[in-house]
Design a protein around this ligand. Structure first.
Ligand SMILES: *Cc1c(COP(=O)(O)O)cnc(C)c1O
Length: 361
């Protein structure tokens, strides 16, 4: 069996051990005689899987008891609407920081429900940096402040957590950076993330929300968009994405076996560092992101001569290095290097990039 190195931004690489375990348990989970896919979400087998996923996530991410963890579907994109519907709580405006494509989508959706104040934006420099907090202009009447800690497409990451020094909840779309480094949940009112980048398969969305923010949902909000309904029903108001939760559970066990988030952070710094060091020592490759705000998950870069893009991608693919094409909105290349990408994969990419550069010098 030959596994390629998959640099896809999402759905993305999963640890081989996790897939092997899922394979071994496919037809008969723990002597139940069933696949997890076939289980009732209210049966004792699946209830035990769900409880373990939540407990392991709470342990790994240090989620305090006064936060609810919700297992939803609808993708991070549904959260673009659910956040204002649930967190405006009678207020009429919200602050958004605009650092790229995902911020823009969140802003566009929020504008359906409230006035959006763009507290800061890096659009002036083609979304190549994270605006420093002393440049943010907050609306004193805003219900919450929303930002995107890691812009998956632009490869811009906040390497610091905004300090709002106030009662206004901080909301973060952590779809592509959750579990990549230690997390202080208490700094946030709400964190959301699609699972398919760094936690598991597509179809599952995680919401971590401070309890006191629940219960003042905008009137007219669909039942399925009300956090309180999901919280009161332990994410089983309707059928949750059971198999995706099970796989996420295996990923969390893998993370625990491998030292948790502090170790992941070190490894992620080392992995992306290999590429960033290369950019700093050659002018064949260029990374458009400000040095201090370079993502540890998604590394965008361009070749000196865009006419070589096709050959680069083709030769990379021939070596088992796939999904390196940049997002259609920005072009160039992008290597997504989530927790599950082994350092051997990044080393193989680095070796290829060095050779390609010297062949075309
Ligand atoms: C992928 C992504 C999304 C969209 O996620 P879906 O699950 O496809 O809705 C939103 N925000 C960020 C930061 C992402 O990386």
């Amino acid at each position: 069996m030959e596994r390629i190195f998959n640099f896809s931004a999402g759905p993305a690489i999963l640890p081989a051990e996790v897939l092997q375990q899922a394979r071994d348990e496919m037809l008969d989970w723990h002597g139940s005689g069933m696949s997890v896919m076939e289980m009732s979400h209210r049966g004792k087998e699946f209830m035990s899987i769900a409880a373990k996923v939540e407990a392991d996530l709470r342990e790994l991410a240090g989620i305090p008891d006064n936060y609810k963890v919700l297992f939803l579907s609808g993708g991070a994109s549904s959260q673009f609407a659910m956040v204002p519907m649930n967190l405006l709580r009678g207020k009429k405006s919200a602050d958004y920081v605009n650092t790229g494509e995902w911020s823009k989508k969140a802003i566009k959706e929020a504008k359906k429900y409230c006035a959006v104040n763009i507290a800061a934006s890096s659009e002036d420099a083609n979304f190549s940096y994270a605006p420093a907090q002393d440049k943010w202009v907050l609306d004193p009447a805003a219900a919450y402040v929303h930002y995107t800690p890691n812009e998956t497409i632009g490869g811009v990451e906040f390497n610091w957590v905004p300090d709002l020094n106030s009662m206004v909840p901080l909301v973060a779309d952590m779809s592509s950076s959750i579990l990549s480094r230690p997390l202080d949940v208490t700094r946030f009112g709400l964190i959301y993330a699609g699972a398919q980048k760094n936690m598991g398969p597509a179809g599952l969305t995680i919401v971590i929300v401070r309890e006191d923010l629940l219960g003042a949902t905008m009137s007219g909000t669909p039942t399925m968009f009300d956090y309180k309904i999901h919280a009161d029903n332990d994410s089983m108001y309707n059928t949750p994405p059971t198999y995706a939760m099970y796989i996420m559970g295996l990923v969390l066990e893998w993370l625990k076996r491998n030292g948790g988030l502090a170790v992941m952070e070190k490894v992620n710094i080392a992995k992306t560092g290999l590429l960033y060091d290369l950019f700093d020592t050659t002018d064949f490759y260029h990374c458009p992101v400000a040095r201090s705000d370079r993502s540890r998950m998604n590394v965008p870069f361009t070749l000196k001569d865009a006419a070589l893009d096709g050959a680069f991608l083709q030769q990379a693919q021939a070596r088992g290095l796939i999904q390196l094409k940049g997002h259609r909105s920005v072009g160039g290349m992008r290597a997504s290097i989530y927790n599950a990408m082994p350092i051997e994969g990044v080393a193989a990419l680095l070796q290829f990039m060095r050779e390609f550069a010297s062949d075309h010098a």
